[in-house]
Design a protein around this ligand. Structure first.
Ligand SMILES: Cc1ncc(COP(=O)(O)O)c(C=O)c1O
Length: 400
């Protein structure tokens, strides 16, 4: 009877109460402060967060935004404006990965440019710098920029990407939605390219209590354009210069994120510890591939994503229906464990990008990854016994 209860333990993908309980005092105090001053738009917490995040990231300027998606759009629009036009043209090509959240590609469309999808490195799931190099050297199209995505919290090869960007005179906007605090080459992600776009969506490793985001940049010109764009495109309400947005980070979200920012090292260390337990408990299984350590820098494990091999190295199939990944997901679900597939559809297969992206280029690695990846529950304060329980169920599936 006891064993049955243990088997039925429910483990959600994410239980945000664990994090809140640890930080309750700081978070509640920050919210109470807002209730006291009642400055909901551009309250003092917004500036304080921008300054503290900038200092932490090593970015001269940070601007709070209403979401990570808007931070990407704002970065791209500001780059277009800096180059002398309101929007990019359709002939302007911005390179990114198709193995990401829709927002990355959608932001490129909204900036007026055309996305070019380049395949991923199957080990890190990030833009493959070697494929990027081949594309750029082919001289195809008119590339103007690159949007690398540090997927799952794993840093992209920023050395290679920045070298190519310099050589081909391209801007770089890092999509850091999943990687606050990650590092490459001794620098925080989001502070390496021309700009970095962060998300404070609640499930992110630095999350608020609703939507929110931030743009980081070392470029004072971009900073001042973005500060106009977030409030309708003008220096003030009645001197509007650009087609802008209402895309401010609100005071309450800034206060929550600010109170958590003080714990970011602990939060990321907690995630890395959980990832370490998973990797140890799942080691040696030929049916699955564990997350690769980045070639350089620090992974922050916004997700812990394994890859289920449909076919073993010796040619045997591991699963029965719809590939082994879906069967494993069902097996876990039936035993009370939630998992997620990030992402089941590559961007180039989505209707919104049909006829709106450049190519076709070979995107076989991305198309394979969508069938095989599975993200397991992870959060900084996940009890070790839960992590081991999930890993045990994964082992059980392949042993049966
Ligand atoms: C890789 C990536 N880019 C962009 C975004 C967009 O962020 P937001 O949800 O804050 O708009 C997300 C998160 O949802 C993401 O995971």
């Amino acid at each position: 009877m006891k064993a049955q209860t243990a088997q039925r333990r429910m483990i959600p993908m994410l239980d945000l109460r664990l994090e809140y309980e640890r930080m309750k005092e700081d978070v509640d105090r920050a919210i109470t402060r807002c209730l006291d001053h009642q400055r909901w738009i551009f309250g003092p917490e917004v500036r304080e967060l921008e300054e503290k995040a900038g200092a932490y990231l090593g970015a001269a300027h940070c601007v709070g935004t209403s979401s990570g998606t808007e931070a990407l759009v704002l970065a791209l629009r500001a780059l277009a404006i800096k180059s002398g036009r309101e929007y990019f043209d359709r002939e302007d090509m911005i390179i990114t990965t198709p193995f990401t959240f829709t927002a990355t590609g959608d932001a490129i469309l909204r900036s007026g440019a055309t996305p070019v999808f380049i395949d991923i490195d199957p080990a890190t799931y990030n833009l493959d710098a070697a494929v990027l190099k081949r594309y750029l050297e082919s001289g195809a199209g008119r590339p103007v920029g690159i949007v690398p995505v540090h997927l799952y919290g794993c840093p992209c090869d920023m050395k290679e990407i920045m070298e190519l960007a310099r050589r081909f005179k391209l801007f770089v906007v890092e999509d850091v939605a999943q990687a606050f605090g990650g590092v490459f080459g001794g620098r925080r992600l989001g502070s390496i390219g021309d700009a970095g776009a962060f998300s404070f969506f609640p499930s992110k490793n630095l999350g608020g209590f609703g939507d929110g985001g931030m743009l980081a940049t070392g470029d004072a010109g971009l900073d001042s354009i973005v500060r106009m764009l977030i409030k309708h495109g003008g220096r003030d309400k009645y001197n509007v210069e650009h087609v802008g947005y209402n895309a401010r980070l609100d005071t309450l979200q800034a206060a929550v994120v600010l109170s958590k920012l003080g714990h970011i090292e602990e939060l990321n260390a907690g995630r890395r510890a959980v990832a370490g337990i998973y990797s140890e408990a799942l080691s040696g299984m030929q049916e699955i591939v564990l997350p690769a350590a980045p070639s350089e820098g620090l992974h922050v494990y916004n997700q812990y994503t394994i890859r289920v091999r449909g076919v073993l190295p010796d040619g045997r199939r591991t699963g029965l229906r719809n590939g082994a990944r879906d069967d494993l997901q069902d097996h876990l679900r039936q035993r009370g464990v939630d998992t997620m597939v990030y992402y089941p559809v590559p961007l180039h297969k989505m209707k919104v990008f049909h006829g709106r992206c450049a190519g076709p280029y070979s995107l076989g690695e991305s198309e394979q990854a969508v069938k095989e990846v599975l993200s397991l529950p992870i959060e900084p304060f996940m009890p070790e016994e839960d992590v081991r329980h999930v890993a045990g169920l994964v082992r059980e599936f392949f042993a049966s």
